[in-house]
Design a protein around this ligand. Structure first.
Ligand SMILES: C[S@@+](CC[C@H](N)C(=O)[O-])C[C@H]1O[C@@H](n2cnc3c(N)ncnc32)[C@H](O)[C@@H]1O
Ligand code: SF4
Length: 446
């Protein structure tokens, strides 16, 4: 590992939000949140509302997994859960009181394809009934290659879904056995071909580097298999090792690559993806030049929210389901994480509020600057916050500049090529909420 990699190999958030969840103030009540949401709706209804639905169930535990999930083989859980999500959505429908313009729906998890195609149909029809899905809406879902059936793909396609993301992680058998996620290449091939045939126009693969037993050879072999299937997008995630929160990760701790091996695995992976014509899009993501995500960068209309990178901006994102997060631009809210508690709260009161953060003007300014950096690797406009930076931020920026990771521009800063892998560290320089608190919060390393 070189000196830069060593220096910046510190735990930093992924900045899917600012402030990040551990630094929310959590003083707002459910009433505050709904008032804010109603006000946001009045302001942004024209732009459309984005909806994230968390579907938490999985049939078996992938031991590396850091997502919010519930493991069960009992499919009786599907209907009651969907009823709860629709009841929660009804609370928002009543709050907005009119036909809602929907510009995105993302089904995440857990495993959305744990649910039967019929139940997913009931869910989506219930969400869009009497509402208006805009013409260029982005409808997407996460599919597990092992249980995504043709019927899932067809049903969701008929409902307007055109994007699917498959969790691949790594094709190597030993890696797959160790993380308890065996999914043969042949199965992935079948499901990808099915999706293409049905008409999905954007297929994403999630890959991870830093898994147990991964080597430069296994990542090269994995990417060779990727090249045979050529998805449109790739998320190439850094394995987040947080065994306190996810104890199953302890099972393979001693087989993890060292930090310098992990860095080399990433470098090789990135080089091979570039050779296959995948272009880097912001943090952790790659896309073919033909994919809308890459086109969006060129046209300066790439955005990022809790659901990841998107081409359509939504200033109102409603999260439904256990553990989901809503973003009203003026504030964030997270639902309770437990499935039973979620269902009970929704049954009794129509929502499952756990905690919320109301944004200050300063938070919004920093959020916009961080989003700009993450999407464009530079500031694309004059951010007022740059004129009022505190001493700690100035000091950190100077260091980043001296290390060659960033350079000053007429309207702010630009991330240099060697700085791109450290985008999270660069965003951290602006994280005043983190600076304000001294206690350690656990994030994965870069
Ligand atoms: C909710 S899962 C994907 C959907 C589906 N459950 C599946 O596994 O196919 C979302 C993605 O998060 C990523 N992920 C999960 N745990 C992770 C970890 N510990 N570190 C890095 N990425 C992780 C994986 O790439 C995974 O595909
Ligand atoms: S990686 Fe996906 S399928 Fe595996 S446990 Fe996590 S959410 Fe479930």
């Amino acid at each position: 590992m070189n000196d830069l990699a060593r220096k910046y190999n510190v735990p930093v958030p992924r900045y899917t939000s600012y402030p990040t969840v551990p630094y929310w103030e959590n003083t707002a009540t459910a009433e505050d949140y709904f008032q804010l949401t109603q006000a946001a709706y009045l302001r942004h209804a024209d732009q459309g509302v984005a909806i994230y639905i968390h579907l938490p169930f999985c049939e078996s535990l992938c031991t590396y997994c850091g997502c919010s999930k519930r493991i069960t083989k009992n499919h009786e859980v599907e209907r009651p859960y969907i009823d709860s999500v629709l009841k929660e959505w009804n609370t928002y429908r009543e709050l907005f009181g009119e036909t809602i313009k929907i510009n995105a729906i993302h089904l995440g998890g857990g495993t959305p394809t744990f649910f039967s195609a019929e139940n997913l149909k009931t869910l989506i029809e219930g969400i869009i009934a009497d509402n208006h899905v805009v013409e260029r809406a982005e409808l997407s879902f996460e599919g597990h290659p092992n249980n995504t059936k043709e019927k899932h793909l067809k049903t969701l396609y008929d409902l307007g879904f055109r994007r699917v993301s498959f969790g691949i992680q790594d094709f190597d058998e030993k890696v797959q056995l160790t993380i308890n996620r065996v999914q043969p290449y042949q199965r992935v091939k079948e499901v990808v071909e099915m999706a293409r045939k049905i008409g999905y126009n954007s297929i994403n693969f999630d890959l991870i580097y830093g898994l147990p037993y991964q080597t430069e050879k296994t990542i090269s072999d994995t990417i060779e298999k990727v090249s045979r299937l050529m998805p449109d997008r790739i998320a190439f995630y850094n394995y987040a090792h947080l065994p306190q929160a996810f104890p199953a990760q302890k099972s393979f701790e001693k087989f993890l690559p060292t930090e310098s091996e992990k860095k080399r695995i990433y470098e090789i992976g990135k080089t091979l993806l570039n050779q296959l014509s995948f272009h880097e899009v912001g943090m952790d993501h790659f896309a073919l030049a033909s994919d809308e995500l890459f086109i969006a960068i060129k046209e300066n209309r790439l955005h990022r929210n809790f659901m990841g990178y998107t081409c359509l901006q939504s200033k109102l994102l409603i999260g439904l389901g256990a553990s989901s997060i809503s973003d009203t631009y003026g504030g964030y809210m997270q639902n309770v994480k437990g499935v039973e508690e979620y269902k009970l709260l929704v049954l009794n009161q129509g929502y499952a509020f756990a905690k919320a953060h109301i944004m200050t003007e300063r938070d919004i300014q920093i959020k916009e600057l961080i989003a700009d950096l993450i999407c464009h690797e530079m500031t694309t406009k004059n951010h007022a916050v740059l004129n009022t930076l505190n001493d700690q931020t100035k000091q950190e920026l100077l260091e980043l500049k001296n290390d060659g990771l960033i350079q000053a521009t007429s309207n702010g800063l630009k991330v240099n090529k060697i700085g791109v892998p450290y985008l999270r560290n660069i965003c951290k320089a602006f994280d005043e909420r983190m600076q304000d608190r001294n206690e350690a919060v656990v994030f994965s390393k870069n």
